[in-house]
Ligand binder design. Structure first.
Ligand code: NAD
Length: 482
């Protein structure tokens, strides 16, 4: 079986189906965004591999759903133990694979992966309530029955974190899964397969099909024996998946893109506001939740802008493996070209480049300078479309109502951040905004008990806590006569 060695860790480049490594004839190459090195040749699955993975998952379902919740939870905790033990390897491999900062992987991402498994294991055995109530003496009992085989389709910006956010609740609930990781970051899904096997997860409960979206991903989503599709990715792909799911009426959960606002009011703590704005360059701007539209109240606009410019100039761009690096590469040269296209068209439409505004050629083809744009005319593409790169726009507003209207003038609705020193204003503004999550004087504080998802074109449905079980289960009411 072909193996790639990344940062000293062997990574199997085959599929993982029914508890075995499976090869297929076609290949795709995984490159490191750090320096463009080829990291490995992965098996390129298609309809045949998707079908055998769904069959393996369907065959394992009967036994897994009958496994007690306590035993399922125990196995998920063992997976978490192993993720914790192997964090240095997982972090190093994921940094090579997607270019995000090594220290973020070590301190934030991998601990969160382990926490995802522990949290949903504990939620299943602790928090998930099965309401019981009487109707004219008849007993109602609500249960969360696993739906069956779940197809999980994930993006490259936080590969293992986003995959585990779906895998953990799906498995905890008693489903079996087939994961199709993004072709730009296939590595840690393969390592997770090894981890699940080591933890003693029965064969076929967790499967991985490697390959391209329009091939392996499309085949999975169109498969008639898939009972749920949970997708995180872009809006155009979501439309294709929804169309494929429609053929079988398969329920879908979709976590999509955003164009989230960060509103800075004149009564805000400006140090905090500048820090929160600069935080939007995390992961080189490749964060679905990123507040990429910075909206500033006129009285503080000049001062805020100067301070944010200084913060952007202070960002140190470089190798994501080095501890002093603040901003690493973007995922792929094609993606950088896309980001640059947005910036060029913004300038052509009249935007002014305050900072950055192009690739960082000194570092190589995947590094884009942190970019701050101002004065884009109303309706400009850069104010409407998700760039998914290190590019922020600045706009000014005169009144609270004007700020809210500007913030809400988008087809997305994933998140919003409000920076104000006035609690009454914070309450008014957050109530008026359309978003799955509103942060007041903070950013990216995530609790797995909370619902997570997007409004409008930012998503369909919510996951997190009981919302994840609602999606991955057929909720059943059993009524028993006295
Ligand atoms: P993408 O839509 O291009 O790809 C996502 C996944 O879908 C990949 O695994 C890809 O192979 C697969 N895919 C592509 N075509 C498919 C098809 N026809 N059928 C089935 N699967 C298919 O997205 P991306 O570029 O990998 O990720 C970036 C996007 O993800 C951004 O829009 C970002 O905002 C979004 N995102 C959202 C969240 C969230 O939680 N809301 C989190 C992270 C990223």
């Amino acid at each position: 079986m072909p193996v790639a060695t990344v940062s000293g860790t062997p990574v199997d480049t085959g599929h993982w189906i029914g508890g075995e490594r499976v090869e297929s004839a076609g290949r795709f190459t995984s490159f490191s965004p750090i320096d463009g090195r080829a990291l490995g040749e992965f098996c390129r699955g298609g309809p045949a591999e998707a079908d055998s993975a769904v069959r393996a998952a369907a065959a394992a379902f009967g036994q897994w759903r009958r496994t007690s919740p306590a035993r399922r939870a125990e196995l998920l905790h063992r997976i978490a133990d192993e993720v914790e033990r192997r964090t240095p390897e997982l972090a190093a491999v994921e940094t090579e694979d997607n270019g995000a900062l090594l220290r973020s992987h070590l301190r934030g991402v991998m601990p969160r992966v382990a926490h995802n498994f522990r949290f949903f294991a504990d939620w299943l055995t602790g928090e998930l309530r099965h309401p019981e109530f009487d109707t004219r003496g008849h007993r109602n009992r609500v249960s969360w029955d696993p739906a069956g085989v779940c197809a999980l389709i994930t993006p490259w910006n936080a590969p293992l974190m986003l995959a585990s956010w779906k895998i953990a609740p799906a498995l905890a609930a008693g489903n079996t899964v087939v994961l199709k990781p993004a072709e730009w970051s296939p590595m840690t899904a393969s390592l997770l397969a090894d981890i699940t096997a080591g933890a003693g997860l029965p064969d076929g409960v967790f499967n991985v099909v490697q390959g391209l979206g329009p091939e392996a991903g499309a085949a999975l989503c169109a498969h008639p024996d898939v009972r749920r599709i949970s997708f995180t990715g872009s809006e155009p792909t979501a439309r294709r998946i929804a169309a494929a799911a429609a053929g079988n009426l398969t329920p879908v959960s979709m976590e999509l893109g955003g164009k989230s606002p960060l509103l800075v009011f004149s009564d805000a703590d400006l140090d905090l506001a500048v820090d929160l704005a600069a935080e939007q360059f995390d992961n080189a701007g490749q964060v679905c939740l990123a507040a990429t539209r910075i909206l500033v109240h006129s009285p503080v606009a000049a001062e805020f802008t100067e301070r944010l410019r200084a913060a952007v100039r202070g960002l140190r761009q470089g190798d994501p493996r080095q501890p002093e690096t603040g901003l690493g590469p973007n995922i792929h040269p094609d993606h950088v070209a896309r980001v640059d296209g947005f910036v060029r068209r913004a300038v052509a439409e009249g935007a002014e480049v305050l900072e950055g505004g192009g690739p960082n050629a000194d570092l190589g083809g995947t590094y884009y300078r942190p970019t701050l744009l101002a004065n884009a005319p109303a309706g400009a593409e850069i104010l409407r479309e998700e760039v998914f790169g290190p590019v922020l726009t600045l706009e000014e507003f005169g009144s609270e109502d004007e700020g809210v209207a500007l913030a809400d003038n988008t087809r997305f609705g994933l998140a919003a951040t409000v920076v104000t020193g006035d609690p009454a204003r914070a309450e008014r503004v957050s109530a008026a905004l359309t978003a799955g999550t509103v942060w007041v004087n903070c950013f990216f504080v995530r609790d797995l008990r909370a619902p997570f998802g997007g409004s409008r074109r930012s998503g369909v449905g919510r996951e997190g806590g009981t919302w994840s079980f609602d999606f991955f289960c057929d909720v059943k009411n059993t009524v028993t006569s006295p």
